[in-house]
Write a new protein. Structure first.
Length: 751
């Protein structure tokens, strides 16, 4: 029997060589190995192979799909696609090439052989069908010449057609069935009388019939053979759904010029199911391997070349698949030096025993220099002669586990050290009163040795007056509650009692973990401190009243003047850090220097500001008018001052407070409100003085006033608190973009 000749088109030379070896072992001749579409076309013409194994994504022009299409059209050679992808888009884009099968990488030899045999068989069947169709066309054309010959020919063709295991049918130009074979009747469980003379619309859903009619009209019009994959859904002919691979050709009677459609449909329902199952299996396998946290390798036993690794391997080791393929020895290079001998021993053992090895711990060096500790299960893959051909390794990253294990051991040592060295008394005991373990500090706290405490138990050490309370705490622990800051007294060896502050866990499986701190001295000190604090509080209250007035007044001024300037200075310094242009740096530095001068000037005049002479010599209103003129000049903002004619004999302290509050408001306006003009209006209303300050600046959302607390600083909060303290009130009206109005109303004299 002639050995089938196969052309392999694969740009991965290692994979191509593996396929060649596998096929030759299974009785096939290899025509050639092509690595590009151009080579494939040359070898196809020269060698005339029986089958082409084609990599869909060969990196050449033409690509795998175009090359396969040209081979089919020029030479009629069947093609099986090899692909590492399972997306539906790939399969749809290759339909035009009429591939005989798809094989998803990685694949085993059995899968490859089955698909090759199926493709060769299908190719032979297609060739036979083509020949039969040609014979059929010839017979139909010549039937007018000899009726008897036509009759005999028809009988002959009927026998042949009925012997074909595909559905064969002929339609006239009105798309009516004029011939169907036995397979057609058997497939749909119908008789010829039920079908002949009728069309698709009599049996199929309209959308299916429309689709078939459109295909057939194109065949009638162009004369080109139409290939399609059709789904025949349940209808009045049958109750099942089938998938057919259909070929429709034009048959023309040369004597009558009548045209016919000759259709051959192959039931590929089971094949499609198998393909879908295979695709689903491959997708599931790929999902499992690609999404697995474990590292998965497939390595050649001879040479140690990696032929497959999953995404986790690339992520953990840092080397891509391309890196592994480019350097076959990379698996030996990145093993930690301390584990090279162990790696060698594992390989030798597997080659000898031919059995898997589990829980093999190896350490590797990643691309970025990190050490990764892996726990491997290594499985040998044997050929028919029981020789190890591949190693498949599944590795779990246990680096963090190893670190955690080491950390746990260190932690246990540290805990033991803490247990032995802590001054607090730590113990493990039962609710019934038995100590299971106590720290050595018990000797320092109670005077008993560890052995003495273990023998006594805690029930014999608790002060008699504290027994009932302690038992209640134990009952609470039995209900699952922890003990926090429970205080009782324990008897020492010398008969004295120590006050202990306890913290303990709930009762867990009959055991309590507890720690007690000796707070005897602290309790004595606390009692002394309480007495001292009571005496100190009385003294401090009187002193704070005296100090607070002056401190508050000075702090307000510092905030309004120097602090505001320092904030602005800091902003300018921050801006200076971002400037790259030397000229701009110089300008900004000059500006900062000027600001520093102003700050120094403010500092020098602090004494003057604390007690402005004009306020004491001329009165409140002249002082306000003076500060308005001064700030208008300093900040180049027009400030209009207005006052009614009523006398305003303001108390000295109130006058000083209103002066500073007005100055603070003006300072905030000229620095932050972007105002073009400011107006100050002072009037007397009975025993109250009202100061209104208005600006046409940017304004603000008054809802933020609800959050004015002491955390805001002195500002509006300080003004409001002081006004309310002396019996007045503060009203603020503002809106974004419409300026701000501040109204301060205070009594002329404090009550």
């Amino acid at each position: 029997m002639r050995r089938a000749k196969i052309l392999i088109v694969e740009d991965d030379l290692i994979l191509a060589d593996n396929i060649k070896i596998s096929l030759e072992k299974n009785g096939y001749d290899i025509a050639s190995l092509a690595v590009s579409g151009e080579e494939a076309l040359l070898f196809a013409e020269k060698e005339n192979p029986d089958l082409v194994l084609m990599d869909i994504v060969i990196k050449s022009e033409p690509d795998g799909i175009d090359t396969a299409d040209q081979i089919r059209k020029q030479f009629g050679i069947p093609v099986i696609f090899l692909t590492a992808y399972s997306e539906n888009e790939i399969f749809h884009s290759t339909k035009i090439t009429e591939p005989f099968a798809y094989i998803t990488k990685p694949f085993d030899t059995r899968q490859l052989i089955i698909n090759i045999e199926m493709a060769l068989y299908k190719s032979e069947q297609d060739k036979e069908k083509e020949k039969l169709i040609q014979d059929l066309q010839k017979e139909i054309t010549e039937r007018k010449k000899a009726e008897e010959e036509i009759k005999r020919s028809n009988e002959f063709l009927d026998n042949i057609i009925n012997a074909i295991d595909d559905l064969v049918y002929v339609k006239d130009e009105k798309h009516r069935f004029i011939l169907i074979n036995d397979k057609f009747c058997e497939q749909f469980d119908v008789t010829r009388d039920e079908v002949l003379g009728k069309c698709d619309y009599d049996y199929l859903p309209k959308e299916d019939a429309d689709r078939f009619r459109k295909i057939e009209e194109k065949v009638f019009k162009t004369g080109e053979t139409a290939l399609s994959e059709d789904i025949s859904r349940p209808n009045i002919i049958h109750g099942k759904t089938f998938v057919f691979s259909t070929k429709k050709s034009l048959l023309k009677d040369t004597l009558t010029s009548e045209k016919f459609i000759v259709g051959i449909s192959r039931d590929i329902t089971e094949l499609k199911k198998a393909q879908e199952e295979l695709l689903e299996t491959n997708e599931r396998y790929n999902r499992l391997t690609d999404n697995a946290d474990e590292v998965i390798f497939r390595v050649k036993a001879e040479g140690g070349h990696v032929v497959y690794l999953n995404a986790a391997a690339e992520r953990i080791f840092g080397y891509s698949m391309a890196d592994w393929l480019a350097d076959p020895a990379i698996g030996f290079k990145i093993i930690h030096p301390d584990f090279r001998e162990k790696q060698k021993q594992i390989i030798e053992k597997i080659n000898t025993t031919k059995k898997p090895i589990k829980n093999a711990v190896l350490s590797w060096i990643t691309k970025d220099g990190r050490e990764v500790i892996m726990e491997h299960t290594i499985i040998p893959i044997l050929d028919k002669k029981e020789n190890v051909t591949y190693f498949e390794s599944i590795g779990r990253d246990i680096t963090e586990f190893k670190k955690a294990d080491e950390a746990l051991r260190e932690s246990e040592k540290e805990l033991e050290n803490i247990f032995n060295l802590t001054p607090d008394m730590i113990c493990v005991c039962t609710p019934e009163g038995k100590f299971l373990k106590v720290s050595p500090s018990c000797e320092e706290v109670l005077g008993y040795t560890v052995d003495e405490v273990l023998k006594l138990g805690w029930t014999k050490l608790v002060h008699p007056d504290d027994v009932e309370r302690t038992n209640k705490e134990v009952e609470s622990q039995l209900k699952g509650n922890a003990v926090m800051n429970y205080i009782n007294r324990f008897r020492c060896k010398d008969g004295a009692y120590k006050i202990l502050d306890w913290r303990a866990t709930p009762v867990i499986e009959g055991i309590v973990y507890a720690a007690a701190r000796d707070i005897t001295e602290r309790k004595e000190t606390e009692e002394q401190l309480i007495t001292y604090q009571q005496n100190l509080r009385s003294l401090a209250t009187e002193l704070s009243k005296t100090e607070e007035h002056e401190r508050h007044r000075i702090a307000t001024y510092l905030h309004d003047q120097i602090s505001q300037s320092l904030v602005a200075l800091r902003i300018n310094i921050d801006e200076l850090k971002e400037i790259k242009d030397y000229k701009l740096i110089s300008e900004k530095a000059d500006h900062i220097q000027s600001m520093l001068g102003e700050i120094l000037k403010d500092s020098r005049t602090l004494t003057f500001d604390l007690s402005p002479p004009i306020l004491h010599e001329l009165g409140f209103e002249p002082a306000i008018e003076w500060i308005a003129e001064k700030m208008s000049e300093d900040f180049n903002v027009p400030i209009k001052f207005e006052s009614d004619a009523h006398p305003k004999s303001v108390e000295r302290d109130i006058g000083l407070f209103l002066y500073r509050s007005t100055k603070e408001c003006l300072t905030n306006i000229v620095k932050h409100a972007q105002a073009h003009s400011i107006k100050i209006n002072i009037i007397r209303e009975g025993d109250y003085i009202r100061i209104t300050i208005e600006d046409d600046g940017v304004g603000f959302d008054t809802s933020i006033l609800k959050s004015l607390t002491q955390s805001v600083g002195f500002g509006l909060f300080s003004i409001r608190e002081r006004i309310e303290y002396i019996g007045g009130n503060l009203l603020i009206e503002s809106e974004s973009g419409k300026g701000t109005k501040i109204i301060m109303s205070v009594p002329l004299k404090t009550s």
